[in-house]
Design a protein around this ligand. Structure first.
Ligand SMILES: C[S@@+](CC[C@H](N)C(=O)[O-])C[C@H]1O[C@@H](n2cnc3c(N)ncnc32)[C@H](O)[C@@H]1O
Length: 272
């Protein structure tokens, strides 16, 4: 079967499986199969497809496995990050937290708590090499991938496996950034997310605010005098998080919106 025929059939099957960008995703699966970029796929409709290998990829995507897990990477801030089941796929909206960290940080140390693939910590280090960057996660699987991403990008980041601050050395950070689990247990999610991404990276409890509350209680000793906590929040959570932090003694500095005008990042200062 040639590529043009395969792309037509694959796109129809992905559409029937409920995949939104089915044409584009069929091309991206083919690009992964041929180890080329998408422009090559578009320019070579006559290329012969290895049907068995292509069918395996297509069935995985029909089962709503995320494309990033199938191809093994996702782009974040213009760089490729390896991902695999067990680690959250970086989201574009998290670039708002990265840009906030880039504005806040002087020389560090800055901690990225719950680093997942390492996309925030590694990008921060690559964009601002003078900053000392630390990254932690409770998940050994996520940390292994984050370490591989750091090695691939030659970014010198200090990794710590820790449940919150439990394994931390005595250290005070200039700032702490975190994109924590913030989804409420009963929230409706796409099958790609609910069935394939790690629950420990997504869910924080019944309200979705539980992790922020724990951070509000446990983070102060790990921050310097005017150290800031910058957290990503769910699309309706910003003011709840601002108020929760105020209740725990954290004055709010500001809230940052994404390009769609959704409040995405809350920045607050450590209690006195
Ligand atoms: C929403 S993901 C964010 C991943 C990555 N920072 C990103 O933005 O793509 C949350 C991360 O927090 C980690 N995590 C969950 N509970 C934790 C805990 N108690 N202590 C440390 N990390 C935790 C998860 O394993 C996951 O990697």
């Amino acid at each position: 079967m040639n590529l043009q025929v395969w792309l037509t059939q694959a796109s129809e099957r992905l559409a029937a499986a409920g995949v939104d960008s089915h044409r584009l995703e069929a091309q991206l699966l083919a690009a992964h199969l041929f180890l080329v970029d998408r422009t090559w796929i578009v320019a070579h409709p006559e290329a012969e497809v290895n049907e068995l290998a292509a069918e395996t990829l297509l069935q995985r995507r029909e089962n709503r496995e995320p494309l990033a897990y199938i191809v093994g990477w996702r782009e974040f801030y213009g760089r490729r990050f390896e991902v695999a089941p067990g680690v959250l796929i970086p989201r574009q909206e998290t670039e708002v937290l990265l840009e906030t960290a880039l504005r806040l940080a002087h020389e560090g140390p800055v901690l990225d708590l719950g680093t997942g693939s390492g996309c925030l910590a590694i990008t921060l280090k690559l964009e601002r090499p003078e900053i000392e960057v630390w990254a932690s996660d409770i998940s050994p699987r996520a940390l292994a991938i984050a370490r591989r991403n750091a090695a691939y990008h030659e970014a010198k980041v200090n990794f710590v496996q820790s449940n919150l601050f439990h394994n931390f050395p005595s250290i005070q950070f200039e700032h702490i950034i975190s994109n924590p689990p913030y989804i409420a247990d009963d929230e409706t999610l796409m099958p790609e997310v609910r069935n394939h991404e790690p629950a420990g990276a997504l869910f924080s409890g019944p309200t979705g605010l539980e992790f922020y509350e724990t951070l509000a209680r446990e983070a102060p000793p790990y921050l310097g005098f005017i150290g800031k906590l910058a957290v990503e929040v769910g699309h309706t959570q910003a003011w709840n998080v601002v108020n929760l932090l105020i209740e725990h003694g954290w004055p709010n500095d500001y809230v940052v919106s994404d390009l769609s005008g959704i409040d995405r990042v809350v920045v607050s200062t450590r209690p006195d």
